[in-house]
Design a protein. Structure first.
Length: 385
């Protein structure tokens, strides 16, 4: 019998206060202490099947906010800075393109600066935006603590900041110069684990390459872990921490984790940006029996799923997010309340991948997740349609 599963705590959509946070760590380790094991005669929860079926369906309509925004035309000619943590992540390229289109529709320009996964580059980008007297700064997947000095300075200079793709930090609550646009990172992880639960009939040994870039990725995995503990008590989960600042170590750390636990049959790359080196590690370990899944999938991941090199993927509506981020920035600039946003997500497998068009145009339209056309709804909100 396996030893009792280590107790894990479900994270809510706030950061837990902690000292000594290791952000963008350059050391990648296979964390044996993070392995969860369990033993039970219980079958996978019957609810999993229903939840998976719902997660695989497209939306009837996108959740576009309803609060109108006046005086958008007064912002013509101003510049918004968009700073993703790293442009290695394909998802950010999609958001960049639609954010640029949204800003252009409102008469603004977008300046993109690649954070390159390092505090130095991220700080440099924020400093550049502040010196340029940007109308607003949108940072993507960057923890506040990683760039706190720069973000504080920008707001002190009167430049509003939108932080997207992060769990809100209670130490830096939303204000007249700061807002958060959380994303369904936890939901994506729950759905991948649900799929693995169903596919393995409740007895999976899983290795996840979890991003060490701040606390949000760990919070997302904690959501998935809690669901796994409930629905798949006989599943085992081992966490291998990886970082966008050190891709070169990912294949070797993945291979080492697989060699340490030959029983692993599923490998989960938390985000698609880690997928290629993760698959490289699987190959280094000479494991052809492993099913690989990934979250935050873009066009490349979707094509890999259809080709059979991935077993399942989740994706968030990154194209829609570009319009949402722009909407949030415009509202901050104009001193208007920022609504709560919902970024859709969807699970894709061999059973529904054939229903979507795998083209860049389809990805940018948002049609993978629901009816395209939300851009016109945003324009109407802004009084420019």
């Amino acid at each position: 019998m396996r030893p009792a599963r280590l107790t894990s705590r479900r994270h809510t959509r706030t950061w837990a206060a902690a000292a000594g946070i290791a952000l963008l760590a350059g050391v990648l380790t296979a964390c044996g202490d993070d392995a969860d094991t369990g033993s039970s005669d219980a079958a996978p929860s019957a609810a999993v099947g229903d939840e998976l079926a719902t997660a695989m369906k497209p939306l009837d309509a996108y959740p576009v906010p309803t609060q109108k925004l006046d005086k958008v035309n007064s912002l013509a000619g101003k510049t918004i800075f968009y700073i993703p943590i790293t442009k290695q992540a394909p998802q950010f390229t999609t958001t960049e393109k639609t954010l640029t289109a949204a800003a252009k529709a409102a008469g603004l320009r977008v300046q993109v600066c690649d954070g390159k996964g390092t505090p130095t580059d991220i700080g440099g980008c924020i400093g550049q935006a502040t010196d340029a007297k940007a109308a607003a700064i949108i940072v993507d997947a960057i923890p506040y603590k990683l760039a706190g000095n720069g973000l504080d300075a920008a707001q002190k200079a009167g430049i509003p900041v939108v932080i997207s793709n992060q769990v809100p930090d209670p130490a830096h609550p939303a204000s007249k110069t700061l807002t958060w646009v959380p994303v369904p990172g936890g939901e994506q992880q729950v759905r991948l684990f649900d799929w693995i639960t169903a596919d393995s009939k409740g007895r999976a040994d899983i290795l996840i390459n979890q991003s060490a870039d701040g606390l949000s990725p760990a919070a997302y995995v904690a959501d998935g872990r809690a669901s796994l503990k409930k629905n798949c008590p006989d599943c085992k989960l081992t966490v291998n921490k990886v970082s966008s600042s050190n891709f070169a170590l990912i294949p070797s750390s993945t291979s080492a984790a697989l060699l340490k636990d030959p029983a692993v049959t599923y490998v989960n790359s938390q985000f698609e940006q880690y997928l290629q080196p993760t698959q490289g590690g699987v190959q280094q370990a000479s494991r052809t029996d492993i099913k690989v899944v990934t979250g935050s999938a873009s066009l490349g991941g979707m094509k890999a799923l259809k080709a059979g090199s991935l077993a399942a993927v989740t994706a968030q509506a990154a194209a829609f997010q570009g319009w949402v981020d722009t909407d949030a920035a415009l509202r901050l600039i104009l001193g208007q309340p920022v609504p709560k946003y919902t970024i859709p997500t969807r699970l894709f497998t061999k059973d529904n991948i054939g229903d979507v068009q795998l083209t860049e145009q389809a990805e940018l339209s948002g049609e993978w997740f629901g009816p395209a056309g939300y851009s016109e709804n945003f324009k109407k909100l802004w009084g420019i349609a």
